[in-house]
Design a protein around this ligand. Structure first.
Ligand code: FAD
Length: 389
C-alpha cells in the first residue's frame, strides 16, 4: 500500500497551492469587505480574469474531457486540487467546466448549451428541489404537459444554486404522472427568455440560491435532454457525480482553520501561560488534526473508487457525511480557541462557520447519507469492513 503522491499529483497540487497563495489569498480582506456590504466577493469579470490566468498554466476544464479542451483529470487529482482551493474562502472555481449531464445533449444541443457553458459564455443551473420536495426528490410536482409538438411547464423550484444568474436551466418535470420517478420524469433545457422567473433567496451563507417559477413556459420537444422519461436517472447522475468533491474542499478549509487555531494557541496568554499549554486546548487541536486526516483518507478513497469505475456511492456518502459533521465540529472548536475574537467579523472564522454549515444540508443531508449507508449495511449490499476486498 502506497500513500504517497505521484510526481504528477504533487506537481498539480503544488501549482494550485501556489496559485491560491499568490492570486487568491491576497484578495481575502477585500472579499470579506464586499460580502459584508452585501456585494459578491468577486465580480464576474474578476472571476473570469482569474480563470484565464489559471488557463495560461493549463488549468482549465479540470474534469472536462480532453476532446472538449479540458484536462480530463482523475477524481483523485481533482479531490487534491479541490482541497487546495478550500484553503481560501475566495469564491474561485476553475473555468472550462460544464455539468456532467450536459454531455447527454444531442449535437445541436451541444452547440447551444454544452460548448458555450464550457467556454464560459453561458451559465447553467440544475433544478430539481421544490418547496415540497427536497430529500424526497421523487415527490416533485412540476409538470410538463404535451401540447402539439411543444411541452408546457408549470411549477416551482427552490434553492437553485446560480438560479438568479443562469442563462438556462436544466429543469426536471413530471411528464407521466402514473410512472412518476420510474420513467415519468424528464429533464428540459430551458432558456431564460422562454419565460421562467427567478428570485434570490437570502441565506446565512455569502451567496444565495434562487427560487424559480414556471408558469406556462412553452418549449419545443427539441429541448428534452437525454430521453423522455429518463430525467430522474440524469438527476441522480448529476448529484452523484461530485459528492466526494464537497468534503474535499472542506479538507483545505479545515487545514487552514486548524493552522489559525495553532497560531493563536501559541501566542495567546492567559493566567501567565500560553493557552497552548492547556490540555483543554491541546485536545481540541489533537481531535481536529486526527479528524482532518480521517476525512482526507475517506475522500481520497471515494475518489479512488470513482477512478477505478467501482460503485462508489457508499464511499461517497461516508465521505460526505463525515466531512459535513467533522468540518462543522472543527470550525466550532477553532472559533472556541479564538475566544471572543473568533466570534467577530474581524476574522474569517465566522464566515467559514456559516459556509461549512451548508455541507450538512445540500446534495443529500447528513440524515439522507446515513439512510444510504445504513441501508447498504443492513441489507448486505456492502460488507462491513469489506473496504479492502
Ligand atoms: C444553499 C443551497 C443550495 C442548493 N442548491 C441546489 C441546487 O442547485 N439544485 C437543487 O435542485 N437543489 C439545491 N438545494 C436543495 C438541497 O439539495 C435540499 O435543501 C436538500 O436536499 C434538503 O431538502 P429540504 O431542504 O427540502 O429538506 P427536507 O427534505 O424537508 O428535510 C428536512 C429535515 O428532515 C430530514 N429528513 C428528510 N427525510 C428524512 C428521512 N427519510 N429520514 C431522516 N431524516 C429525514 C432532513 O435530513 C432534514 O434534516 C440547495 C440547498 C441549499 C440550502
Amino acid at each position: 500500500m502506497d500513500f504517497s503522491l505521484s510526481v504528477e499529483e504533487r506537481e498539480v497540487r503544488d501549482w494550485v497551492r501556489t496559485f491560491v497563495q499568490r492570486d487568491l489569498m491576497p484578495r481575502e480582506q477585500e472579499v470579506l469587505r464586499r460580502e459584508r456590504a452585501g456585494q459578491p466577493g468577486l465580480t464576474g469579470d474578476e472571476l473570469r480574469e482569474l480563470q484565464l490566468k489559471a488557463k495560461e498554466s493549463g488549468f482549465w476544464g479540470v474534469q472536462t474531457p480532453e476532446e472538449y479542451g479540458g484536462m480530463g483529470l482523475s477524481a483523485v487529482m481533482t479531490a487534491l486540487l479541490e482541497a487546495e482551493l478550500g484553503r481560501t474562502f475566495v469564491p474561485f472555481r476553475f473555468g472550462g467546466a460544464a455539468d456532467n449531464i450536459l454531455y447527454y445533449a444531442n449535437d445541436e444541443q451541444k452547440e447551444r448549451y454544452l460548448l458555450p457553458t464550457i467556454s464560459g459564455e453561458r451559465k447553467s443551473c440544475f433544478a430539481i428541489t421544490e418547496p415540497g420536495a427536497g430529500s424526497d426528490a421523487k415527490a416533485i410536482r412540476t409538470s410538463a404537459r404535451k401540447d402539439g409538438t411543444d411541452w408546457v411547464i408549470n411549477g416551482e423550484k427552490t434553492f437553485i444554486t446560480g438560479g438568479n444568474e443562469a442563462d438556462f436551466v436544466m429543469v426536471f418535470a413530471i411528464t407521466d404522472p402514473e410512472k412518476g420517478a420510474n420513467g415519468g420524469v424528464t429533464c428540459f433545457l430551458v432558456d431564460r427568455d422562454a419565460g421562467w422567473k427567478s428570485e434570490y433567496i437570502d441565506t446565512m451563507g455569502e451567496w444565495g440560491p434562487a427560487a424559480l417559477v414556471f408558469e406556462d413556459v412553452r418549449v419545443p420537444e427539441t429541448q428534452i435532454l437525454g430521453e423522455l422519461g429518463h430525467g430522474f436517472d440524469l438527476a441522480m447522475q448529476w448529484i452523484g457525480a461530485g459528492r466526494y468533491l464537497l468534503p474535499a474542499r472542506a479538507i483545505g478549509s479545515c487545514e487552514r482553520l486548524i493552522s489559525m487555531a495553532i497560531e493563536h494557541a501559541n501566542t495567546r496568554e492567559t493566567f501567565g501561560q500560553k493557552i497552548a499549554e492547556r490540555q483543554a486546548i491541546q485536545w481540541m487541536i489533537a481531535d481536529s488534526g486526527t479528524e482532518l486526516e480521517a476525512l482526507r483518507w475517506l475522500v481520497l478513497h471515494a475518489a479512488w473508487q470513482v477512478d477505478q469505475k467501482l460503485d462508489s456511492r457508499h464511499a461517497q456518502s461516508m465521505a460526505k457525511l463525515y466531512g459535513g459533521v467533522k468540518a462543522n465540529e472543527i470550525v466550532d472548536r477553532v472559533l472556541q480557541i479564538h475566544g471572543g475574537m473568533g466570534y467577530t467579523r474581524e476574522l474569517p472564522v465566522e464566515r467559514w462557520y456559516r459556509e461549512l454549515r451548508l455541507l450538512r444540508i445540500y446534495e443529500g443531508t447528513d440524515e439522507i447519507q446515513r439512510r444510504t449507508i445504513a441501508r447498504n449495511l443492513l441489507k448486505g449490499h456492502v460488507k462491513v469492513g469489506g473496504t479492502l476486498g
